[in-house]
Design a protein around this ligand. Sequence first.
Ligand code: FAD
Length: 388
Amino acid sequence: MRRIAVVGGSLAGVSAARALRKQGYDGELVMVCDEPGPPYDRPPLSKSLLAGESTEAEIGLLGEGETFDADWRIGVAATGLRPAEGGVTLSDGTELRVDAVVIATGARPRQPWPDAPAGVFTLRTLDDARALRARLLPGARLVVVGAGFVGAEVASTARALGVDVTVVEALGTPLAAALGNEFGAVIAGLHAAHGVRLLCGTGVSRLVGQQYVEGVELADGRMIPADVVLVGVGVRPNVEWLAGSGLRVTDGVQCDAYGLTGIDRVVAVGDCASWYEPAVGGHSRLEHWTGARERAAIAVSSLLSGGRQRVEGRPPYFWSDQYGRTLQLAGRIAAADSVTVEEGSAAEHEFLAVYRQAGQPVAVLALGHARSFLRWRKQLAAAPTAAG
Ligand code: FAD
């Protein structure tokens, strides 16, 4: 392989480029990314950057002088892939000819109200964060639609900025799908303890306002006045450009447990990729920072070895910072048949809980308790069932 294209220049793409060079690839590298500026990290967009505690310069993904000796195509999108010819079509009319492709095009927010009035935001990019930040003024009324991770973090950051916050969640508790109802209720308590109004079990029927948003009408008829609305109802993988490529694309690019797509010399990583998970016997798309970073090295290893070298992944992991506390989960709770709080107390919003399947730990969840969590995470990674 003498010419490789990495499509998508954010966390998964940058991690893949770094891994390519680290693993000895010394051929040509083309980095294609449709965003206008240098790569940056997304977690601070809902946390320190939104809070004004870190600067844009501080959230860059590249180290000083780090370029991977690559040909960077910034502000250019890939619009098509023809694997048989090694062809990648770009939005500027160029046709790249390459020997291999790393697909790392990530995801974008779902927006059920594409024609929403001004003052309604989603949060994925630096531009989104800049625009939202400008509206989070003390006393402003923010309604967050969706109590997932991004919604909860924006609620937490906005409260600290003196904003009046209401969170609307269709399910019975926040983060019910990710943590289960018992611990979702703990997160609900955390919101309440910080003065956030949380309305669960109700959907949103429409956003009200002509030019500028004035409120959110709930499915049960209630009207919540709003000056700003953040819609945080999940993401969709950026995979439309792969139509006609022959890749299996469902909810993301389907891959095996090592990032291989089934088409020679094409691998996929990060939020756009749905990897096979041996531990659960099916495919899933992780939308977490650590997965995007670690799996890039696995996929690159598969690519460079022609699939002969198979590096096992660690169990999935994510963290989320809310109201001055760090929530962390490692492993797969779907596999569990029991869960016990082993340290602290859920009622006090400081705990560590272990999920087990047939008596064997399969996941660990903690709010605080960072040291014990790290010990448990290492133990999970060392367990034979951990192969991901
Ligand atoms: P992305 O970050 O989506 O990057 C994909 C890149 O590809 C983008 O630059 C996109 O513009 C570009 N692209 C798309 N289509 C094309 C195309 N056709 N051609 C060229 N380029 C294209 N995870 C955690 O574990 N903990 C957290 O606390 C946390 N906080 C988060 C907070 C926010 C506000 C957000 C948005 C995410 C957060 N995440 C967190 C998730 C984490 O940031 C993502 O999992 C990670 O960014 C995924 O990286 P990626 O490179 O796969 O995708």
